[in-house]
Design a protein around this ligand. Structure first.
Ligand SMILES: [Zn+2]
Length: 454
């Protein structure tokens, strides 16, 4: 590499390794005292970003005082941490020694807990509700897309060589139902392609070697996600990979001295045109398993391990649906109650004689509650009909446990979703009456479980 800059920095280049969690994630970015001192020149970190406020601390700082963040997965800010020197090699060129600063998450010192404190039941329930509301909002947002970024290399925290960090090899953008809108394989242009890493993403070295480089792909990628609410599974890794792709283009074409940092601002501003949200972090709060050692919710595993982008997008869409169910269910249950209270569900329909109309909300609520599986607890094949109907609903039959005509309530807690087999057993089988008792309890238990009242 050459150094064409007219204003070489006395302390080396301001190469910024963002650690995968920089600005654009909704929390503010600050500069630590150490970063402000080292990068004090014009346009440097010390000039561009304010000093970290006293009320925000890194997890390590809190740890030294015997405290931990309220939830280490939900930072209140980020800071450029203490700079370190690192060897950086671009492509096959000789490594150079540059200054690297990582972006660290920060936490509100007033919210910090004793190191071994567990979250209260109220806190767990509130986190679960807010994760569910988030998923329901995403599904209802026409501006939201699901994105999968398959990448090889090392996550930034595990390497001191930023340019050997993550590099993308496949992008997939889908709508929130999981249908692919745009997909592109990318050749990461590294000297070697680790087969093992690619297999984890359902890709082969041949597929990737034949693909265009990131530079040719990036304009259509930006078009696909610009201005969008982008939902990923594993946001930090995906974002770090994308950031690394842009960074590699800059560093390959230009020397990193002097003006590199302004290019990093450009990358941040390009990526800042999208909203980046993480299904994995929200799912961790939704499933609510607390890890006392890390002081955070247990992060769920990739639901599409070993499968490529389109399958991952569908898995994320399914996850969103699962998470949104309690919120959707609560809303539909409320509507069904209001309908019943207003007497509308028992209004006789013309032309159908004595048949009573049903509350559409109650029926929809039961389908949402079922997540596509038969609710008979002893169903031999509950997922047999997990296909969808032409209208997109789960292919299950919603039944009043006690016949509606004989007074069974038009409410989700008195109704059950059954596969055609179980439905036939209940209505025509010899064990129908026994099943009715089982279903009554199953419907009530499922109802309470989904509402979080179990
Ligand atoms: Zn069944």
């Amino acid at each position: 590499m050459t150094s064409p800059s007219a204003d070489p920095a006395p302390s080396g280049s301001e190469l910024v390794l963002c650690g995968g969690i920089p600005a654009g994630f909704g929390a503010r970015l600050f500069a630590s005292a150490a970063a402000r001192t080292v990068f004090a020149r014009p346009h440097g970190i010390g000039q561009r970003w304010q000093a970290t406020p006293a009320g925000l601390r890194s997890a390590a700082e809190l740890g030294r005082a015997g405290r931990r963040p309220a939830n280490s997965l939900a930072p209140d800010g980020f800071q450029f941490g203490a700079p370190t020197r690192a060897e950086v090699a671009v492509g096959r060129e000789r490594p150079e020694s540059v200054m690297v600063t990582r972006v660290e998450p920060l936490y509100d010192v007033h919210e910090a807990q004793e190191s071994d404190a567990e979250p209260t039941a109220d806190r767990l329930a509130e986190d679960r509700r807010s994760a569910s509301r988030w998923a329901a909002e995403v599904l209802a947002d026409p501006n939201a897309v699901i994105m999968s970024v398959s990448s090889i290399g090392e996550p930034p925290r595990h390497t001191t060589r930023p340019l050997q960090a993550l590099s993308s090899c496949e992008f997939t953008v889908a709508d929130t139902a999981g249908s692919v809108l745009w997909r592109q394989l990318v050749n990461p242009e590294w000297g070697r392609l680790p087969q093992r890493d690619l297999a984890a993403w359902g890709l082969s070295a041949d597929q990737v070697a034949d693909a265009p480089p990131f530079k040719e792909v990036s304009p259509s990628l930006i078009e696909a996600i610009s201005g969008k609410r982008v939902v990923l599974f594993g946001r930090s890794r995906a974002y770090a990979s994308l950031f690394g792709d842009f960074e590699y283009e800059i560093l390959r074409d230009r020397a990193p001295d002097g003006d590199v940092f302004l290019d990093h601002l450009e990358i941040l501003s390009t990526l800042g045109r999208s909203w980046w949200e993480c299904a994995q972090l929200n799912a961790a709060a939704f499933f609510g398993e607390w890890n006392a050692a890390t002081g955070a919710y247990v992060v769920p595993a990739d639901p599409a391990e070993g499968r490529s982008g389109p399958a991952r997008c569908r898995a994320i869409a399914d996850l969103l649906r699962t998470m949104a169910t309690p919120t959707r269910y609560r809303d539909l249950d409320r509507t069904a109650r209001e309908t019943t209270a207003a007497g509308r569900s028992h209004r006789a329909r013309p032309r159908v004689g004595t048949q009573l109309s049903r509350s559409a909300a109650a029926r929809q609520a039961v389908l949402e509650r079922s997540l596509g599986a038969c609710e008979n607890p002893s169903c031999p094949s509950p997922r047999y009909t997990s296909d969808r109907s032409v209208s997109g609903d789960y292919l299950l039959e919603v039944d009043h446990v006690d016949d509606h005509a004989r007074g069974g309530a038009d409410l989700p807690e008195a109704m059950i979703a059954l596969c055609p087999n179980c439905h036939a057993v209940k209505t025509r089988g010899t064990t129908g009456e026994q099943m009715r008792e089982v279903f009554r309890r199953a419907a009530r238990d499922r109802h309470r479980h989904v509402l979080g009242q179990a």
